[in-house]
Design a protein around this ligand. Structure first.
Ligand SMILES: Cc1cc2nc3c(=O)[nH]c(=O)nc-3n(C[C@H](O)[C@H](O)[C@H](O)COP(=O)(O)OP(=O)(O)OC[C@H]3O[C@@H](n4cnc5c(N)ncnc54)[C@H](O)[C@@H]3O)c2cc1C
Length: 368
């Protein structure tokens, strides 16, 4: 019996570690990821100001997996009928599969946007944005962040902190098509984030749609906005085609599950769940239980299919850093300042500890 997990982000790595604990002996698990290291992606923007943080945010899979085999290769295709995965390093067969490849940045075919913007998902993007912004800071000018979701507002916050130390007074602008920052979140949380951006002199323009980009201008309907640097965090799309829609069992077909950012999950209450690290980790728990039940069922060859668990979206609250201003929710309360910062730090280090990256968790908590 062989289970393959495609992608070792929050969903894939949490799933693999749960499977290592739950599966009966004799079931093999392979984690396929194109990288050598797991990335703590929800903190990646922090490395814009603290490049040394990269070491705590990228953790070798070989230290995090015990029973599972890490196969470093790029997934290029999946044939669910023949139950095979095509990779840059050959074909793998499986009995059960979990698609946890995350998502890539969506450019929506907007003219010139992919060519001229830097996305922000991986450490190499952070390095490129930092390098370009250093040049903007030297000469003065304007950086525009397209998209005010969690990644956009946090990126703008970091850039604003850097801008505040530059003599040339560079301008940080955020453009958002919706009529609010952090669309989809509670009003009190959105207002607190907007206030934090305002305190950092970030120019937030909501209700503004980017329609295209040239090398130095953004096209906004009848207007144009000049820029010196353009960062795009305007949305996500699937890696192998569209993001798969799954219901609360996370099952795509008899032998395949999809979870984390790779899926559009509708939970047991019929709620369309947002693509976040919290969702990725939560869905991994449900998928691990369901894959284990199916593996036992296939091994024993008994008649009836097991009952599968259903994922319930139950957000524990949110914490975002807008530069040095952290905003968090605890239940329906919004908190700021040192308590919010402590909460954000403990969520990050708590996650790292939960996947076995204990020394990185300590380094991060100590601010190193
Ligand atoms: C700047 C930023 C800030 C964010 N802030 C927050 C936040 O404050 N709170 C929050 O909850 N969420 C936040 N998020 C969102 C969160 O990071 C994602 O929702 C989360 O990473 C999704 O986890 P995942 O496991 O589905 O995918 P990922 O973490 O993206 O993992 C996907 C994995 O698949 C691998 N992979 C991809 N393609 C292939 C391929 N073809 N072959 C092999 N391997 C492949 C990748 O290497 C990666 O390891 C933020 C995201 C960004 C970018």
């Amino acid at each position: 019996m062989h289970i393959v997990v495609l992608g070792g982000g929050y969903a894939g790595l949490t799933l693999v570690r749960d499977l290592e604990r739950l599966l009966p002996t004799g079931v093999e698990v392979t984690l396929v990821d194109e990288r050598e290291t797991h990335l703590v992606q929800h903190l990646v923007h922090r490395a814009l100001r603290r490049p040394a943080l990269d070491d705590s945010l990228t953790i070798p899979f070989e230290r995090l997996c015990s029973r599972a085999d890490h196969h470093q290769a790029r997934v290029t295709g999946l044939d669910r009928d023949s139950r095979t995965v095509e990779t840059s390093d050959g074909t793998l067969s499986y009995d059960l599969c979990a698609i946890t490849l995350g998502a890539r940045t969506a450019f929506y075919g907007l003219d010139g946007v992919e060519t001229h913007a830097t996305p922000l998902k991986r450490p190499e993007h952070v390095a490129e944005i930092r390098e370009r912004f250093e040049r903007v800071c030297e000469r003065g000018g304007r950086v525009v962040v397209g998209g005010a979701g969690l990644s956009g507002v946090q990126t703008a916050g970091e850039l604003a902190e850097l801008a505040a130390t530059a003599e040339t007074d560079p301008e940080v602008v955020v453009l958002e098509r919706a009529d609010t920052v952090a669309p989809g979140f509670d009003e009190s949380f959105r207002s607190a984030i907007a206030a934090a951006l305002d305190e950092q002199a970030v120019d937030v323009r909501t209700g503004t749609t980017v329609e295209g980009a040239t090398a130095n201008h953004l096209l906004l309907g009848n207007d144009r906005l000049a820029y010196d640097q353009f960062v795009w965090t305007g949305g996500i799309t699937g890696r192998l085609g569209e993001r798969k829609q799954v219901r609360a069992t996370l099952r795509l077909d008899d032998r395949t599950f999809a979870l984390g950012d790779a899926a559009r999950v509708v939970d047991a209450e019929g709620t369309a769940v947002p693509a976040t690290a919290q969702t990725a980790v939560g869905t991994a728990g449900t998928a691990a239980t369901n894959l284990t039940r199916l593996a036992e069922h296939l091994r024993d060859g008994d008649g009836f299919e097991p009952r599968l668990d259903r994922y319930r979206y139950d957000p524990k609250g949110w914490a975002v850093s807008v530069g040095d201003r952290t905003v968090a929710t605890v239940g329906s309360r919004v908190i700021r300042g040192a308590p919010a910062h402590l909460l954000k730090t403990s969520i990050g280090s708590g996650y790292m500890g939960s996947v076995g990256a204990v020394s990185e968790a300590v380094q991060y908590a100590l601010g190193r």
